[in-house]
Design a protein. Structure first.
Ligand code: AMP
Ligand code: MG
Length: 179
């Protein structure tokens, strides 16, 4: 069994209009084995298909540049690389902070007419963390880091940095997650 801690960034707008569709622009992920060892990392930008031009809001939130996504491949190509990296033949569980990342993957798979079966083994660390800590409502990753007296590393809202920070929380409670 291996654990894929994943965090996505997507196109976004300060005021989203009904025609604006969020598309993944970065996949950041860390692979942890059953012995708590970090095996490898995956990080890739993705060129959005429907709205290739990032909003100022999105660039400022994520620090992802227009050049980053212009130089990247589209979702279908990058997802195949991601799945190859995961090695979906092996037993794996996708872990993210909340259900957003799973839903965003589903949305992009639908858009590109790709299969979503590979998403079925997924847990929300955010919701389980609230249970473990006996707090009333799920809290954000930054709040959880604070609760653990951990300093956020890297740039918040960059997929790979968020994934690394979530991974630190994941490792702290390694024996408590219900998969
Ligand atoms: P995160 O993992 O928290 O960096 O968020 C993932 C994605 O959710 C971002 O790339 C944005 O598309 C969207 N998002 C996060 N925070 C906001 C926000 N304050 N306003 C609009 N969209 C957001
Ligand atoms: Mg993020």
């Amino acid at each position: 069994m291996k654990y894929i801690i994943v965090d996505l960034e997507a196109t976004c707008w300060e005021k989203k209009s009904p025609t604006d569709v969020n598309e993944i622009i970065e996949i950041g992920a860390v692979c942890v084995d059953e012995h708590k060892n970090i095996q490898s990392e995956f990080c890739a930008f993705i060129k959005p298909t429907l709205n290739p031009k990032l909003s100022e809001f999105c660039k400022s939130l994520t620090t992802i540049t227009q050049e980053n996504v212009d130089a990247a491949e589209t979702f279908d190509v990058t997802l195949q690389k991601f799945k190859n990296w995961v090695n979906t033949q092996d037993e794996y569980i996708l872990c993210s902070w909340g259900f957003y990342d799973k839903q965003q993957f589903e949305s992009d798979c639908r858009l590109h007419q790709l299969n979503t079966d590979w998403l079925k083994h997924h847990i929300s660390l955010k919701h389980q963390y609230a249970v473990i800590k006996n707090i009333k409502r799920p809290i954000g990753m930054m709040g959880a880091l604070k609760m653990e007296n951990m300093v956020a590393e890297g740039t918040h809202h960059r997929g790979i940095d968020d994934a690394r920070n979530i991974c630190r929380l994941f490792l702290t409670y390694f024996d408590n997650w219900k998969v």
